[in-house]
Design a protein around this ligand. Structure first.
Ligand code: PHE
Length: 453
């Protein structure tokens, strides 16, 4: 086991579980899940997303942690190490490289959205949402995203802090943040669910989220559900592989993975239950887009006793959740710079952070001065989001699945899987080696019109 990896080794199983849950739970659960579920008609999307978590996401997460723990380096070199050890081509390293590129692209816009949440901490605290109606809440949101200066400022704060924490080494801070913030966040989401129960529209929200209506979902919608399963579990971005690289030998990968995936899914579903009744009660559009939570939650908080306080605490927790994900998104490229070029951790964090910061301005401007600049019909933010979540992550995930099932030495994987039962092990291999590639291939063929389902 090498001690030269960038972070060392997690101090315990819980350190890994907390950090990885921190990577998984973030804006994806609370900001993205409700808005893309809303855009894609609700129930059918949610069902496909849940199926993907179960049959593709969890098996793949196990595979990534395993490759990380075997390879013990950044995703590029970890893939190379495991391929070498299995007597396979070292070109598999390019899959690792692809995941690192995805992490860089995602973080570039992720930090912009985390910046919105950060701004909302202050707006809530200052009482802007007290008793506010829909028009006022919309106005506040639009004023924020239409200001390139404000967005640039918050984007800089988020990237700057992430760089700082990553350059100092991250374990202690992550552990503590996740341990306290998560139960608290779940608690506050439940408070909003309580408010939603009171709106008289809870049933509408429930039906919207859980009654599948397949007429409402397109081939692109199916792809978004698959892509979101990857995004929300932080798969194919190097993050999980990277955290696996710091995992002590004796920890059971399947068990810890199940726990993390369950926690992640629970938070997303509770967020959906909190938000959609408010959407319907106020006559809002479920498909309102990326502003959805910023235009709904303030309405709920604005009408609650101590709403200002609750709202600022809620957005602060969202910022923390985003922050633990941002850290995991920065780590793969930083570890790569350290291990490839022998850079110091500080220098590596600075170089990776600056690159991502610059890239992020594309997203900053896509909400204001650059909103009419389109690539393939999408603005810059949408383009990066769709490119990564809908294409790079599923393709990366498919390759990792194939690699683990068909190329990685079975002795390795059986040993790492560390569950006696051959049946469970085989089921996992089949899920990865057959189900996952077929499902993803069919979805892509459908998108490019070579197959019509
Ligand atoms: N899973 C995180 C979320 O749901 C986002 C993320 C994606 C983090 C990829 C790391 C890697 O917010």
């Amino acid at each position: 086991m090498s001690n030269t990896n960038a972070l060392g080794i997690w101090s315990s199983k819980w350190a890994f579980i907390l950090a990885t849950t921190g990577a998984a739970v973030g804006l994806g659960n609370i900001w993205k899940f409700p808005y893309i579920a809303g855009e894609n008609g609700g129930g059918a999307f949610v069902l496909i997303y849940l199926i993907c978590i179960l049959f593709i996401g969890i098996p793949l997460m196990i595979a990534e942690v395993m490759i990380g723990r075997r390879g013990r380096q950044n995703p590029d070199m970890a893939m190379r190490n495991v391929a070498l050890g299995s007597n396979k081509s070292i070109q598999w390293r390019w899959v690792g490289a692809l995941t690192i590129i995805s992490s860089v692209l995602i973080l570039s816009y992720y930090s912009v959205i985390a910046g919105w949440a950060l701004d909302y901490v202050f707006l809530s605290f200052a009482g802007y949402f007290k008793g506010a109606n829909k028009e006022q809440v919309d106005l506040i949101f639009n004023q924020l995203i239409e200001s390139p200066w404000q967005l640039s400022f918050w984007h800089t704060v988020v990237i700057g802090t992430t760089v700082l924490v990553v350059s100092l080494g991250i374990e202690k801070g992550l552990e503590r943040t996740v341990k306290y913030i998560f139960p608290a966040m779940l608690g506050l989401l439940l408070v909003i669910v309580g408010y939603s129960l009171d709106t008289g529209f809870f049933g509408h929200g429930l039906t919207f989220l859980f009654k599948p209506n397949f007429d409402k979902i397109s081939a692109q919608g199916v792809l978004s559900a698959v892509g979101h399963a990857f995004f929300t579990l932080s798969l194919a971005t190097g993050s999980i592989m990277m955290y696996g690289a710091y995992l002590p030998r004796e920890v059971s990968i399947p068990k810890t993975t199940l726990f993390i995936a369950a926690a992640d899914t629970l938070i997303a579903l509770v967020a959906g239950l909190a938000i959609f009744p408010i959407v319907f009660a106020h006559g809002l559009e479920p498909g309102a887009g990326p502003g959805l939570i910023f235009q709904t939650l303030p309405l709920a908080f604005g009408h609650m006793p101590y709403g200002d306080l609750f709202a600022s605490i809620f957005f602060l927790m969202l910022v923390f959740a985003a922050f633990t994900s941002a850290i995991s998104l920065l780590e793969p490229s930083v570890a790569w710079l350290i291990e490839y070029f022998g850079a110091s951790r500080k220098k590596a964090a600075l170089i990776a952070g600056t690159t991502i910061w610059i890239l992020g301005f594309g997203s900053v401007f896509s909400f204001n001065i650059g909103k009419n600049v389109h690539f393939l019909g999408l603005n810059f933010f949408e383009f990066v989001d769709v490119l990564t979540a809908n294409y790079m992550l599923p393709v990366g995930g498919l390759l990792i699945a194939v690699f683990t099932a068909w190329k990685m030495n079975r002795e390795y994987s059986y040993y790492e899987f560390n569950i006696e039962s051959r049946v469970v092990f085989r089921t996992w291999i089949y899920a990865l080696g057959i189900l996952c590639p077929f499902a993803i291939a069919i979805i892509f063929l459908n998108i490019i019109g070579m197959l019509k389902i």
